[in-house]
Design a protein around this ligand. Structure first.
Ligand SMILES: [Zn+2]
Ligand SMILES: [Zn+2]
Length: 346
């Protein structure tokens, strides 16, 4: 089968590799239909690593996938050949202390699709996953929506780890797909007002149309004083969704005393700088978010009952063979790209 593999920094090639086989009774073989390009894929593409996770070439990335079941192991009950599914990229061991505590996302032996040293990603024609990673989707859902359920699940999880949303006012700093997912999840959970920032006007327009109450371009306006003007008592929670120190600093300023800062973005540096004095005086709580756990089903439910709409997130579409162009586009933040979808059907 064909697999799109990273072969070096900013290098990618289509390779012929053996089709994966069902090796466990609980395995499911999937033909890929759509894969969303994620910011973390771009980190591996451009830097060859995220923190301590370093790519050994050649390597296939991709973890936001949707496809069709083509074969199942003998004990599989969740899905059958022909089923359209969303793929949960995490493959936890189900046995360690973290798994037993319900924290499958921090499993000690976690294998995650397209994560170096763990599992090859889903930018390939076929994939084998345990049935616990396969979520059948309703006929109302498109493969795009199924693939986007992965980042949406992270938004839902981040919101669940924050504060009660009804009547809250929050900021989401960074309006990429994850920031947008946080906003959509917050709104669906009853958040009153979402202030969003970014450096790209196209993204701000996109999230505004999708439901953000206020948007500001950090390169053009003083977002902290503008939000302060509208909301003198400041905000209940701020979600950092771009991995930038300046956003972290803005978050500390934007929070009211007792507020919560939720770190969702992936920084390219090793250490956050916390302003000790103001963070202490305001008694700010800082919550880190590691992907998500148990939020794929809620994401699919929100999408299939229409509470959350994500089609606007899929701004660009590429054939599988053109994946390198998709990565270049996303890496360069070109053409107002929010999310590029790799479509195996075209
Ligand atoms: Zn992702
Ligand atoms: Zn485990």
């Amino acid at each position: 089968m064909k697999a799109m593999m990273l072969t070096g920094i900013r290098k990618m090639e289509m390779k012929h590799v053996p089709e994966p086989l069902i090796s466990d009774d609980h395995d499911v073989k999937i033909r890929m239909d759509v894969v969303g390009v994620c910011g973390s894929d771009i980190h591996y593409y451009q830097q060859g690593k995220i923190g301590s996770q370093v790519v050994q070439y050649p390597f296939t990335v991709g973890h936001e996938g949707a496809g069709t079941v083509v074969e199942t192991g003998p004990t599989v009950t969740r899905v059958k050949p022909g089923d359209r599914i969303a793929i949960e990229p995490a493959m936890p061991c189900h046995e360690c202390d973290q798994c037993l505590a319900g924290r499958h996302h921090t499993c000690r032996k976690l294998k995650f699709l397209g994560c170096p040293g763990q599992a090859e990603g889903c930018l390939s024609e076929y994939l084998v996953m345990p049935e616990t990673s396969c979520f059948p989707i309703s006929h109302r859902l498109t493969f795009d929506e199924a693939a986007i359920s992965e980042p949406l699940a992270i938004g839902i999880y981040a919101v669940r780890q924050s504060i009660p949303m009804p009547n809250s006012s929050i900021a989401v700093l960074g309006s990429g797909p994850i920031g947008m997912s946080v906003m959509l999840a917050a709104k669906a959970a009853g958040c009153l007002k979402v202030y969003m920032t970014d450096k790209l006007d196209e993204r701000l327009l996109c999230v505004k149309q999708a439901g953000a109450d206020w948007t500001g371009n950090v390169d053009k306006v003083d977002v902290v004083s503008l939000i302060h003007h509208q909301k003198p008592l400041m905000l209940d929670a701020v979600f950092e969704c771009c991995g930038k120190q300046e956003a972290f600093d803005q978050a500390i300023e934007l929070l009211k005393p007792g507020g919560k800062l939720i770190l969702v973005g992936i920084p390219e540096f090793d250490h956050w700088q916390v302003p000790a004095d103001v963070a202490r005086r305001k008694e700010i709580t800082i919550q880190n978010i590691r992907r998500q756990v148990d939020c794929v089903e809620p994401a699919l439910e929100y999408l299939s009952n229409g509470t959350i709409k994500v089609t606007a997130m899929a701004t660009h579409r590429f054939a599988f063979k053109d994946t390198p162009s998709a990565f270049e586009l996303v890496a360069g933040y070109r053409d107002g790209v929010m999310k590029a979808m790799i479509d195996f059907r075209i």
